[in-house]
Design a protein around this ligand. Structure first.
Ligand code: GDD
Ligand code: MN
Length: 364
């Protein structure tokens, strides 16, 4: 029925206590299951303490030596789990094992795919958290709201039907593995079971400021996953906006500063056009590198991407210039509206051409 994963790092005092409590609950409720301790090579003897428990209970201990971290440890546990439902619980007794049956039953009955030990539903809470920790946790929770409606996405206590994890790539970076599962597996049938979160008695928390920064990066990644096009459009516009600076500055430098304005007669290109082309080329190049780094995840030949990106940008640019020229002498309201429409269309050409052509991802 249930594989319960306990990720551990220096939890030697806690591990025997939590294992005992878990099996007490399982035995009392007729739950067949195992505990998987996934330890990141703690130096305090956590793994040895866990192996000792295996004499009495079905406990397996996995020691990972590389790539320390909570999420990769949990993901490893998912892979090793032998039962249909997998759960995750902290070692430090913050999460009460007594609600295991309440979390497990809705999944076994087929009513839910995911259950969570939650502080933010009626009956849940935490004992004496300092205001500062409450504010940080509350802020972090709010930032995740557009990703999933669950009330306590920061909780690390959850269960999931294992079949749902099949074929889903879970990113091991980021501390909030429950949120990762909720978003990547697109969980719709879930239930929050109230818990009172207890502060740890032994050992110390591993969640430091670095993890807070990681959390922001994790959020960014999940937003990108869930709202890909919106996310790309946002960065595309931002980068395009930034790109206006070199464009305008260089045009002015060459046209006014270096007197290209005096070359407005004769040659194939006028000084005005050359100054614009210089500004445009530098801006497009800057936009290309920024978009490649931040907006689109397109591996592949950068030179070809650049050439295509340039063509797209140039097409939009010519289109805009011609259309603006058409409307330039008219001063009524409709001309302004038309110009706005032209700009929107030019941005659309740019964005769609970049997304679906220049930075297109080849399907396997
Ligand atoms: N294997 C492994 N590797 N385990 C780790 C690592 C690691 O690098 N870092 C932490 N753990 C284990 C701890 O041993 C513990 O069992 C569990 O992960 C949670 O770590 P804590 O250090 O106790 O986290 P916390 O108390 O700050 O955070 C708790 O509250 C959050 C909600 O505010 C955890 O429950 C989080 O999961 C939860 O999101
Ligand atoms: Mn803890």
């Amino acid at each position: 029925m249930l594989s319960m994963i306990i990720p551990t790092y220096n939890e030697v005092e806690n591990i025997p206590l939590i294992i005992k409590r878990i099996f007490k609950v399982m035995e009392a409720n007729g739950i067949e299951g195992e505990v998987l301790v996934v330890d990141d090579d703690s130096k305090d003897g956590t793994a040895a303490a866990a192996r000792k428990m295996a004499k009495k209970y079905p406990v397996r201990t996995i020691v990972r030596k590389k790539n320390r971290g909570l999420s990769p440890a949990v993901i490893r546990g998912f892979k090793e789990a032998k039962y249909d439902v997998v759960g995750v619980i902290d070692a430090d007794l913050s999460h009460p094992p007594e609600v295991i049956p309440d979390m497990l039953n809705p999944i076994l009955k087929g009513e839910m795919d995911f259950t969570l030990g939650s502080r933010y539903v009626e009956g849940g809470g935490m004992d004496n958290w300092p205001l500062k920790r409450q504010i940080i946790s509350g802020g972090a929770t709010m930032m995740a709201y557009p990703l999933h409606k669950i009330k306590d996405p920061m909780s690390g206590y959850f269960m999931v039907r294992k079949s749902l994890l099949k074929g889903v790539h879970l990113n091991p970076k980021g501390y909030k593995i429950a949120l990762e599962v909720l978003v990547k597996c697109n969980i719709k049938r879930y239930k929050e079971v109230p818990i009172i979160f207890k502060d740890r008695q032994y050992g110390e928390s591993k969640l430091n400021w670095k993890e807070q920064v990681n959390y922001l990066i994790h959020l960014q990644r999940l937003y990108k996953h869930k709202y890909t096009t919106l996310y790309q459009l946002f960065f595309f516009l931002l980068i395009g906006g930034i790109g206006m600076a070199p464009d305008i500055a260089l045009f002015n430098l060459f046209y006014h500063g270096l007197h290209f304005s005096s070359m407005d007669y004769g040659l194939i290109f006028t000084g005005y056009q050359i100054a614009h082309i210089i500004g445009f080329t530098v801006a497009v190049t800057q936009n290309f590198f920024l978009n490649k780094a931040f907006t689109f995840d397109a591996k592949g030949n950068a030179t070809m991407q650049y050439v295509k990106f340039f063509i797209v940008g140039f097409t939009a640019y010519v289109f805009r210039s011609i259309m603006m020229y058409v409307f330039v002498d008219q001063l009524d309201v409709w001309a302004t509206v038309a110009q706005i429409v032209v700009i929107i269309l030019a941005v659309a050409i740019n964005f769609l051409g970049s997304k679906f052509w220049a930075f297109a991802v080849k399907k396997k």
